[in-house]
Design a protein around this ligand. Sequence first.
Ligand code: ATP
Ligand code: RIB
Length: 295
Amino acid sequence: MTPDIVVFGSMNMDLVVRVARAPRSGETLHGQSFFTNPGGKGANQAVACARQGARVAMVGCVGDDDFGRTLRNALAADGIATGNVRTVEGTTGVAVVMVDEAGENRITIIPGANDLLKAEPEALAGKYLLLQCEVPMPEVVRAAQFMRAQGATVVLNPAPVCQLPDELWSLVDIIVLNEIEASELAGLPVSDPATAAAAAISIRKRGPSTSIVTLGSQGVLVADEAGCRHFPALAVQVVDTTAAGDTFIGALCAARVAGESMDDAVLRGIQAASVCVTRAGAQSSIPYLDELGAA
Ligand code: ATP
Ligand code: RIB
């Protein structure tokens, strides 16, 4: 069966350390806890879409190792089609995630198998294509070309931030960025809804018809053909913000394929992300549809 949403992206095992604060250069500190958890922006967004009711297929690469098998099984457990998750030579991608007392994270990724992902036309069919920047950029462009040519809606989360090739801009329908990404790509400082609006308007001029800036506890700014709107975040007790952006994007896309308006889809994304930040980890923190409103 053709999926609603194809996610073409990364799969990482997150190695998570909780600390009171990040150590300074040359300093050694005792941390508070350590755990492993399935992550990767691509896989997290696939899980967020699936837990919000969408039919999802993942296109990704893992190594022939225990982390790879765990990541594949985690997706399958959420009903995500994994037939196009390839097992390749080399190690599965990992992310070293340091989470401080405020729930903020610092992440270093070692891409491993993610660097071997290829855009194969037979794996790319669906209503929506969801892309990030943790896999090779030429393949991201090719995936967008294939699915745009079929009439799919292309959604890009340009994270981790990088300069995007010119040809990609015109292939993207919806771009979702955080403050750092919006600031870098627009070349404007972004710190609040007003500056996010300026960046979102500027980014829209490069191609995407909808430009969405997430602002952490300050909510979300949307710029589209109807103008700019700001949506506040929900007030919650933050434990760990890892995958908040991924959860927002997945819930937004699931709501759109279910026929919701852009504004309702943004509200669903905010609700889902507000639950995510109250829990530890990446995929472990992403809520199911029946958990929304529980934050
Ligand atoms: P991450 O990289 O940590 O996954 P991000 O930087 O991509 O996240 P953010 O803008 O931090 O994305 O967060 C996405 C959404 O999650 C926000 O728009 C908001 O709805 C929700 N969110 C994030 N942080 C908070 C917070 N402290 N309180 C309430 N909601 C939050
Ligand atoms: O967005 C959060 C994700 O970024 C983590 O799960 C980590 O794997 C990195 O890809």
